[in-house]
Design a protein around this ligand. Sequence first.
Ligand SMILES: [Zn+2]
Ligand SMILES: [Zn+2]
Length: 327
Amino acid sequence: MHYKCNNCGGSMVYSPAEDVLYCPHCEGRNCGVLVSQKDMDVCPVCGAPVEAGDFGSAMQCGNCGTYLILENRVEDSYRPQKIIPFKITKEQAVESIRKEFGGRPFIPRPFTDHKALMGIEGVYVPYWLHDYNSVERFTGTGQRVRMWTHGDMQFRETSYFEVIREIGVDFDNVPADASDRMDDDLMDMIEPYNYDQMTDFSPEFMAGFNGEIYNRPSQEYVIRSRTKADKAIRKITDDTIHGYAVVTPTSQNIDARKVKEQYVLLPVYKYTYRFGGKNYDIFVNGQTGKIAGEAPTSVGLAAKYTIATFGLGFLFLMFAGSIAAML
Ligand SMILES: [Zn+2]
Ligand SMILES: [Zn+2]
C-alpha cells in the first residue's frame, strides 16, 4: 500500500513535526488516499521489482521514489499492537550527529558532510515489550563496626545483623529489539523510550520511513528483556540495604513472571558510514534524539601526527647531541 496525494499524485509521508500526512511535492496536508495492493513484489506505481528482503515491511521504491508499505507485513500476526511515531525529523537527527561529532579531532571530515549525513535511514525497528512481575529474596549478614579509645586501650566492636529483604517490582514495557541487524549494545544505549507516547498502530505513521518485522518470535528475546529487569530489581534491592560496613549475601534469588508481551514499532535513525573497509553505525532515538554509536578515526591523520612528534623529538636529540660534542 501507499498514500497517494489527491492533489498532485505524489507519494505522501508522515511528518513528525506536524503529526500529519504531508505531500513533499505540493505541500498538501492530510490529502492522501490509501492505495491498497496485495501483490508487493513489484511497485504498484512504476512496476519495478521491490527488494524487501526477509524482514523489510516499508521502503522507498528505488525506481520512482514511492514510499511503500507491504500489507502482508503489517497484518495478522505481523500487525504491531502499538507504535511510537517519529517525533524527531531527519534534519534534526542530522543536526544532532553533526553537533556531536563535528568538532572532534581525528574524525574524517566527510563523516559529518551534509551529503553523507542526509543518507541517514529512518526506520521503525521491531521490538518485543515484556512485562514482568519480579520478586527478589535476599538474605545476608551485615556488619557494623564501632571503635573507641579509653585511656590507653583501643576498643573495636563488631555487630552482626541478619539482613532480609523481599522486594516485589512490576515492570512494564521492558524492551528487546527484535531486529538482528541492529547492534544490541547501541540499541540499549539510545533507550529509554517514553512509552506514554505509544499509540495504536496505524500504517500511515510508516509512510516515508523504512520498517522491519520482528525477526524471531517473542520467546527468543526473553533472555534479553529478563536480564534488564533482573538488573533493575537487583539495584532497587541493593539501594534498600545501607548502614553496614560489609554485607555478605547468603542467598539471593529473583523470580520473574512474564505477564504480558506486546509487539511494537519504535523509531530509530541509523547512519552508516563506511571507512577503511569497516561500517560505523550511529543510532539516534527517533523519539528523544538520544545518540549512540562509534565514529571512525582517521588513521592517516593520527599517523601524520605521530610522525611529526617523533620527528621533532629526533631533531631535538640531534641538536642536544651536537651541543654535547661542541663542549
Ligand atoms: Zn501533492
Ligand atoms: Zn516505483
